[in-house]
Design a protein around this ligand. Sequence first.
Ligand code: SAM
Length: 295
Amino acid sequence: MIETYKKTELEKLIRAHRLRPSKFLGQNFLTDRNIAEKIVRSLNIAPEDRVVEIGPGAGALTVLLAQLAGRVTAVELDRRIMPALREATEGLPAIGLVNEDFLKFDVSAGQAAGEGTAQNAGAFKIVGNLPYYITTAIIAKLYEPPKGGLAPSPPALAVFMVQKEVAERLISPPGKKTYGAISVLVQYYTEAELLFEVSREVFTPKPGVDSAVIRLTPRDLSADDPEASARMFRLVRAGFDMRRKTLRNSFASAGFSEAALLAALETAGIDPIRRAETLSPRDFYAVAKNIPAPE
Ligand code: SAM
């Protein structure tokens, strides 16, 4: 086991494996043990929990996670890093390294890791110092209902390091420039908290932006109709694709009849001349709930 958050150890490992961190893949490695511990602590890991880590890199979080969780599945895209990651995590039980694009990774495989063992009793959690170029795609994969389908079952807890500006968008209230489709998605399915900010100085190589750590806890949506929640995201996409237009015009491209839309807006008490950016996640749901499901 190697403590790669020690800058000297990490640099030795990078040198030994002749790695050149790729900007394209968002490779900025965390070199601060306190921050790594703070991130891992915020997952409240119980010994039986199963954790999927997105983009383990040289293992700064992985090493800590594997000492706490029943099972850790670490999904890393870059084949060149795998030997260094193997070396950093050597000797730690309960760890599975997967060399795959997380966007193609079958999350239910990580969820089911350790099946048939006592570990399987624990909660399923996700963590990552995310590669920033695909933050939105990762969040959409975990929470968004696919076209024509229902939302995937979300992790019991997710903790992500993201670009500070993105964190602000995720927790933005309606009516602000920072409020968009991703804010609605995250805030409808989860309670989103900004836990703390992270300076660019604690990474190697140093990125051009500061970061923030967010935690997403699923909301209890058992009273909501999942079909209506899925319909809601057709409205969200249409509404924010044309965010300067009124709901009456922007929602038109969501594929529902105009009469059904206007009736649903009226029942929900929402004026059709408002814009999508003024609607809360519950407002979107209220409209979707009142649109009849297709025959
Ligand atoms: N967790 C490490 C740390 O904290 O030092 C590395 C974080 S670095 C910001 C992001 C990591 O995600 C890199 O190791 C990068 O290779 C990896 N990555 C990039 N795209 C990925 C993808 N599509 N799927 C899985 N991992 C990816």
